[in-house]
Structure formats: structure tokens, C-alpha cells
Design a protein around this ligand. Structure first.
Ligand SMILES: Nc1nc2c(ncn2[C@@H]2O[C@H](COP(=O)(O)OP(=O)(O)OP(=O)(O)O)[C@@H](O)[C@H]2O)c(=O)[nH]1
Ligand SMILES: [Mg+2]
Length: 215
């Protein structure tokens, strides 16, 4: 199990071009502004303010890169999308850079899309999911702010999302960054993504691992 509590800030970058070398494994976090991305990240790493949270949507306009223990396993906090005050030209440039990142980044091992459970699966969320599925990357959708709904409402929402045949490969998890709901489940899935053997041609060079635990 990856130690999420050992998360530390590596750097901020204005675009995916400014990220570090494309080695090791990383998981990208995407979501609409105000869906609670920073709160979710803080809950996952068990730190109050690793990723800054704000009541002003769209304050986080940089990519923030975090290491887990060392820099070979990383969480990539992408800027929130859907923020109306970002100029159209900037949004356009960002969209192109993001598409390139999702298409070409070899260390990208999976994508987490954070949504407000009360307003799930907006067009921009679908776009992120499609970027990931186009490359057969695993996707976890965290339905954040589940504390705002009753258990019955949560079940209904999750059931209807899981029924979407086009999204059958996507995992859905009710979540509350505020209350810690879903944290152990999310950590264990992301841990798997970060721990699987290296993708593609790197695998051919890898030593066969000894003593792999059974089960
Ligand atoms: N009730 C509830 N509120 C939450 C939860 N997660 C986040 N919030 C609130 O939602 C607001 C936005 O949270 P952030 O974590 O800053 O959201 P963000 O997506 O990082 O926002 P930007 O970086 O500004 O785009 C804050 O007021 C949080 O307190 C949650 O699980 N439950
Ligand atoms: Mg944020």
C-alpha cells in the first residue's frame, strides 16, 4: 500500500510542459472548479492543507505536483475547469495542452475525476473521462460532497451513473472530503494504479518479481 500520508509538494507548473521527467507513475486529479478537488486531495493524504482549499472558485490555476514518499510516484493536481472568468483564449490554450498531456504522458497511470455528487457528469467531466478511456487508463470518479445527500439519494445517484453503458469501465465512489467518506476505498484503488508493473515496453526489460504474495 502506498503511503499517502507521506505526500509532499514538489512544484507548481503553469502547463503540463513544465512537469518533471516522464518517469515513474502519476495519477492526475481533474474536476470542475469548486467540486472540492483540493479538499479531496487533502483528505486522501491526511494533511489539512497540502493542497490549498478556497471558497473562491478557480483560485488554483497552476498544476500542482505532489510526491508520495519520493518523486517516482506522484499526484498531479490539475487546475479546475469550467470557471467562467477564465478568458476564452486561455481556456482554449489550456484545452490543447491538456489533451496533449492525456494523450502522451507515459507515466500517467490513471485519472481521478472529482464531481459534486449533486451535479455529476457535466460535459467537461465526460471530456476528462474520454481522454482517459481513449488510452485505456483506469478512471475513478469521486462523487464528492456526499454528506449533502441522504443515503437513499446517494444510492440512487450511483445506481443511475453505473447504468451508463458507455462508462462501464469507470469506477464510481461516493465521497466526502469533509467527512472522510470513501477515503480508504480510494486509497486502496489508487495504490494499485501506482504499484502495477511499468507499462508498455518498459515491462519487457523488467526483472520477473520474486515472492509475489498470493491472492
Ligand atoms: N459539504 C462538503 N463541502 C465540501 C466538500 N469538499 C469540499 N467542500 C467545500 O467546497 C468548497 C470548494 O472546495 P475546494 O476543495 O476548494 O474545491 P476545488 O475544487 O479545489 O476548488 P478550486 O481549486 O477553487 O477550483 C469549499 O467551501 C469546501 O469546504 C465535502 O466533501 N462536503
Ligand atoms: Mg482547488
Amino acid at each position: 500500500m502506498v503511503d499517502f500520508r507521506a505526500a509532499f509538494f514538489i512544484k507548481s507548473a503553469p502547463s503540463p510542459m513544465g512537469l518533471d521527467a516522464d518517469i515513474g507513475r502519476e495519477i492526475a486529479f481533474a474536476g470542475r472548479s469548486n467540486a472540492g478537488k483540493s479538499t479531496v486531495l487533502n483528505a486522501l493524504v491526511g494533511q489539512k492543507s497540502l493542497a490549498r482549499t478556497s471558497r473562491t472558485p478557480g483560485r488554483t490555476q497552476l498544476i500542482n505536483l505532489f510526491g508520495l514518499g519520493d518523486e517516482s510516484r506522484r499526484l498531479v493536481d490539475l487546475p479546475g475547469y469550467g470557471y467562467a472568468k477564465v478568458p476564452a483564449a486561455m481556456r482554449q490554450r489550456w484545452g490543447v495542452a491538456l489533451a496533449k498531456y492525456f494523450a502522451e504522458r507515459r507515466s500517467l497511470a490513471g485519472v481521478v475525476v472529482i464531481m459534486d455528487i449533486r451535479h455529476p457528469l457535466k460535459d467537461s467531466d465526460r471530456q476528462m473521462i474520454d481522454f482517459a478511456l481513449d488510452r485505456d487508463l483506469p478512471v475513478l470518479c469521486l462523487l464528492n460532497k456526499a454528506d449533502k445527500l441522504s443515503n437513499n439519494e446517494i444510492s440512487k445517484t450511483v445506481l443511475s451513473l453505473r447504468r451508463d453503458a458507455a462508462l462501464s469501465q469507470v469506477s464510481w465512489l461516493p465521497f466526502s472530503g469533509l467527512r472522510g467518506l470513501g477515503v480508504p476505498e480510494a486509497r486502496s484503488l489508487l495504490s494499485e494504479w501506482l504499484s502495477e508493473s511499468e507499462p508498455e515496453d518498459e515491462r519487457a526489460d523488467a526483472e520477473p518479481s520474486e515472492g509475489t504474495p498470493a491472492g
